[in-house]
Design a protein around this ligand. Structure first.
Ligand code: 2HA
Ligand code: ZN
Length: 276
């Protein structure tokens, strides 16, 4: 097949990535170089746009991603600003393939100014492995610095059950969108394998993991769905912020009503949260 130069700019996966990173920036959740996104692509989605045998660079990794060998991702760059992604995709994004030995990745497109994939790549790849093991339709890992969720990590209990319950109460839709609740890890230095392992352990059961005093990780099957998941939790955290500012709860959705909601929408609330 003859490929048209720059055809990739018409690829749906690239357009979706540009829209998503722009929205995350617009909402104030990715200041400076904050946040990172990786989107698992099928080879058949890439082939119409790129010669996948034309590897531009190989970048070593210090962990084993053998389970993802040969898989393609479009991913944001280390130190890059979401503010700039839409204007300059080929410097701020890269399309990578995990090498056969699982110890490096090959850059097929992007990172043209010599850049590399996000500093959180270990966490992204570990989370992809974990989510793929429990959800064959899994595709996206998204990290951002959602303002009100970060704020809540200072003022609210960090017990997962307590945190989840508060979010469920703040907007009726929350329980339907994330019935499995929110995972919370301890504070750990970002960019490390240790934070990746702790997050991935949570991702076995949940698609949202809070990094206290830092931000949130979301997982999902599409960019839209994953963005919507984070957006829903962040909206609930924003309502919580306003409720506290207005003097606190005078009434709320009761546990019986939350169960009624779950039954109506056919979801199973995480155990240990509702007292019925
Ligand atoms: O990419 O958000 O967690 C910058 C970060 C690190
Ligand atoms: Zn971050």
């Amino acid at each position: 097949m003859t490929l048209i130069k720059d055809a990739i700019y018409s690829a749906p996966f690239l357009q979706e990535t540009l829209e998503t990173t722009s929205n995350l920036y617009r909402l104030g959740w990715d200041e400076r170089n904050g946040g990172n996104v990786s989107y698992l692509l099928h080879e058949y989605e890439v082939l119409p746009y790129l010669n996948v045998d034309d590897v531009k660079r190989i970048v070593p990794m210090n962990f084993d991603a053998t389970a993802l060998a040969g898989r393609y991702f479009i991913v944001t760059g280390s130190g890059k600003y979401f503010k700039n992604v839409k204007r300059d995709p080929s410097n701020n994004l890269g399309l990578i393939r995990i090498a056969a030995d699982g110890k490096s990745y090959e850059i097929i497109w992007g990172f043209e100014d010599g850049g590399v994939a996000t500093s959180e790549l270990p966490t992204h790849l570990m989370n992809h492995m974990k989510r793929l093991a429990v959800d064959k339709n899994h595709r996206v890992i998204m990290h951002c610095h959602a303002t009100n969720l970060i704020a809540m990590s200072f003022t609210h209990s960090l017990e997962e059950e307590d945190f989840t319950k508060t979010l469920w109460e703040m907007c009726t839709e929350c329980l339907v969108v994330f019935p499995e609740g929110v995972g919370i890890i301890p504070w750990i230095v970002p960019g490390t394998n240790a934070i990746g392992e702790a997050t991935a352990e949570k991702m076995e059961d949940v698609r949202l993991v809070l990094w206290p005093h830092h931000g949130i990780f979301g997982a999902g099957t599409t960019l839209d769905e994953t963005f919507g998941l984070i957006e829903t939790a962040e909206k609930a955290a924003e309502v919580y912020t306003i409720v506290c500012a207005q003097g606190g709860k005078k009434q709320t959705i009761t546990d019986a009503q939350l169960q009624e909601l779950a039954d109506a929408f056919g979801v199973v609330p995480r155990k240990g949260i509702l007292n019925l």
